[in-house]
Design a protein around this ligand. Structure first.
Ligand code: HAM
Length: 433
């Protein structure tokens, strides 16, 4: 037997959760006026090298790379931002009438990581990106969007962790301070960090191996190296969050694991009790130089991405259930003539908006009843030899155990009446008695 690849999984049991997440994503995205964008699952490898960064763990260790038959270097997308930026530039969305441009996306991402709870090799993200505004209110809107989405899902006990890196000048000041701090103790760091010290010292701060090393714990904080303008930007973001009554914690050690960030960076976490160490359900921030780096016009941008699998674990752990996968009608038939009548009625019912099913396995009446139960049918419509002869059907309401015999032509209306009972439609209430 061929089995699934390590770090992947089949969505079977969890499909209800996933669909609920997708539904809420659509609704909240409309409220915030973000349009969906769908970009390819694979892109030129150089796109990720130039955006996420050569020396990040994602690009240096975790990408799925392949050379196609035309000898091109391809990479399965490890995240969504780079592809959306590429699409923004390639489709000249910076020239669109609507500005700033606001997009959201949903789909699989691929990272060759060590699989564990909440960490997969193929996982899904719901992400959002805004292009064209450097307004701190947009940083705050993006965070509000993420928080509102979690509210819609009824996920509570989340914390927004926030920090700022500042723009180029502040980042350069900080880099210098960090190098000065680290240079005496580099030899005591892991092999990767010794390399990072030369290539990209900031990445040392999100090293998974050296997290508890005092040299890192006592490292200087970006917030202390901000130029005035960048500090004002961050303060304005915080003021807007306060105005929207969004709780946050400034976490001066937060730097994020991707190179493109400037200014605001944030992560949303749920308690470790729910998700263990992989308790970050959302990460994001501003990236004001990426569009230009990838060949577009100077365009400030900001965004986030949620990990869907981690959201599902959080939903389950909080005992949040998804709506039942109930349906309306299961047809119970006896004999060929009855099956044909059921086929005809079922098509009419389905066009009329009722969710229906019937037996296609020639099962006994008892087994068909069982199926109607397994499939959560609200009604069973029974058609036997007598019903065929009299052109009637027998409807049984599983909620009340009441039965009704009606002509087959009236069956649809009868079921609709019963469904609408108690919904404020007086005629339906009368008719159902
Ligand atoms: P990221 O922090 O790399 O950011 O990923 C965002 C989220 O994806 C994480 O917080 C986590 O919930 C989920 N995630 C990441 N890796 C895995 C994995 N192996 N298995 C399961 N879930 C995972 C980004 O991807 C940025 N593109 C976010 C962004 C958008 N920044 C600006 N715009």
């Amino acid at each position: 037997m061929i089995t699934k690849m390590k770090g992947t999984y089949d969505v079977i049991e969890d499909i209800g959760y996933m669909q609920e997440i997708e539904k809420k994503m659509m609704t909240v995205s409309r409220l915030f006026q973000y349009r969906e964008i769908r970009t390819p699952h694979f892109e030129a490898s150089s796109l990720f090298h130039r955006s996420v960064g050569e020396t990040t763990d994602i690009v240096s260790k975790e990408t799925y790379d392949f050379i196609d038959r035309g000898k091109r270097d391809n990479t399965l997308r490890p995240e969504g931002t780079a592809g959306v930026v590429r699409a923004f530039i390639e489709n000249k969305l910076y020239a669109d009438k609507v500005q700033p441009q606001k997009y959201f996306y949903y789909g699989s991402m691929f990272r060759y990581e060590r699989p564990q709870k909440g960490r997969f090799r193929e996982f899904r993200q719901f992400g959002a990106e805004v292009f064209g505004s450097n307004d701190p209110l947009i940083d705050a809107e993006v965070i509000a969007y993420a928080v509102t989405f979690l509210k819609a899902l009824k996920i509570k006990d989340v914390t927004v962790h926030l920090n700022t890196l500042g723009d180029q000048e502040s980042k350069a000041n900080y880099r210098e301070a960090l190098i000065n701090h680290l240079k005496g103790g580099v030899d005591g760091l892991c092999h990767d960090c010794q390399k990072r010290f030369h290539d990209n010292p900031l990445r040392i701060l999100d090293c998974k191996v050296d997290q508890e090393n005092p040299l890192l714990i006592n490292a200087p904080h970006p917030i202390d190296y901000l130029i005035d303008e960048d500090r004002a930007h961050f303060n304005n973001v915080l003021d807007a969050l306060k105005a929207m009554q969004i709780n946050y914690e400034v976490d001066q050690r937060l730097v994020r694991g991707l190179d493109y960030y400037t200014h605001t960076v944030f992560e949303i976490k749920v308690s470790k009790d729910l998700l263990g160490n992989q308790n970050t359900i959302c990460g994001g921030g501003r990236y004001n130089n990426l569009v230009e780096t990838l060949g577009g016009p100077v365009t400030p941008a900001v965004g986030f991405a949620f990990g869907i699998e981690r959201l599902i674990v959080a939903l389950k752990a909080a005992n949040i259930t998804t709506p039942d996968a109930a349906m309306h009608v299961y047809f119970l038939t006896l004999g060929e003539a009855a099956r044909l009548v059921a086929t005809k009625l079922m098509q009419r019912f389905r066009i009329g908006g009722l969710m229906c099913n019937m037996d296609y396995l020639d099962k006994s009446m008892k087994a068909q009843f069982k199926q109607s139960d397994h499939q959560n049918a609200r009604f069973v419509v029974i058609i036997g030899e007598q019903e065929v002869a009299e052109n009637t059907v027998n409807i049984k309401d599983q909620n009340t155990s009441e039965s009704y015999t009606v002509s087959s032509g009236d069956a649809y209306h009868k079921i609709m009446e019963l469904l609408l009972q108690g919904s404020g439609c007086e005629d339906c209430d009368k008719g159902a008695k």
